[in-house]
Design a protein around this ligand. Sequence first.
Ligand SMILES: Cc1cc2nc3c(=O)[nH]c(=O)nc-3n(C[C@H](O)[C@H](O)[C@H](O)COP(=O)(O)O)c2cc1C
Length: 315
Amino acid sequence: MKIYFAPLEGITNHIFRNTYNEIYGNIDKYFAPFISPSENCPLTPRERKDLVPENNIGINLVPQILCSRSDYFIESAKELQKMGYRELNLNLGCPSGTVCSKTKGAGFLKEPTLLQSFLDDIYSYSESENMKISLKTRLGFQDPEEFYNLLEIFNSFPVSELIVHPRIRTDYYKGEPRKEYFAYALEHSDNPLVYNGNICSVNDHKKLSDSFSVSLDPVMLGRGLITDPSLSGKLKGVTSETDFSKLKRLHDTLYHEYQKIMSPDINVLFKMRELWTYWRVLFEDKDRDIKRLLKAKKYAEYESIVYSVLLTDKS
Ligand SMILES: Cc1cc2nc3c(=O)[nH]c(=O)nc-3n(C[C@H](O)[C@H](O)[C@H](O)COP(=O)(O)O)c2cc1C
């Protein structure tokens, strides 16, 4: 079974990817959080640093582009091509207001004619350069029925993989995924499909697979994999338990790596807090400590909670 790590802006940067890959592995492809090219700036120095091969050794990485101008996309793609990338992903799912108002991300889905001509341009480029382009899409902008037309458009291009997050923009990341539309894609997509959305356990994968009468493979996992980093190993049958000693290693490595590049304390703690909002479900009986931890402003305070309460007895 193939498992793809979803792009999570602010979380799955190269530091996270390298750390996760070394400790857990079992990921077939990592998708980098989106880069957003603009005029004369195909890639910012920060985006470049995150994507350069030296910072992603041993990682099968697919850069993701968020954009609605094909000339910007192609300029960016050329830079990524120079770095050695042969596969890129287009973001057609980002629900943020500032992104959608610029006809990007999920906002691009409400302009199918523009989208079609954008895809015409970028697939002409990719075919001529022997590059692969995959798409990561929602069902539509405000109505899931938009998906029927969108799928027809996608079917007219050599999409290397169509990753479907079966929600519309206004769903953001909440509620039940609209599974029936993924079932429609399974029947009508001419391109290889990847399911993404709310797989947080082996049982979630099984229930979804049963409901589609296929074993979903590949799958893309995001929040479920942050919450339980052992999930990839569980889905691949390599392990059956959440490994708390590995979680401690993941925590410690990220905590120390972020300290090397960030200051003051509070900025590092913001980064760690975001992770703890996911990890807290693994420590249900310690919710009071987690609440204190989420408020910590200094390393000493944070560490005394993490190492005396949370990551000791379980690891
Ligand atoms: C904090 C956060 C950041 C995200 N950043 C990106 C991104 O950069 N590109 C993208 O395509 N999707 C992004 N997503 C969406 C995820 O990749 C994924 O599609 C979504 O979380 C649903 O999958 P899941 O239920 O497995 O988490 C983000 C989601 C979250 C919660």
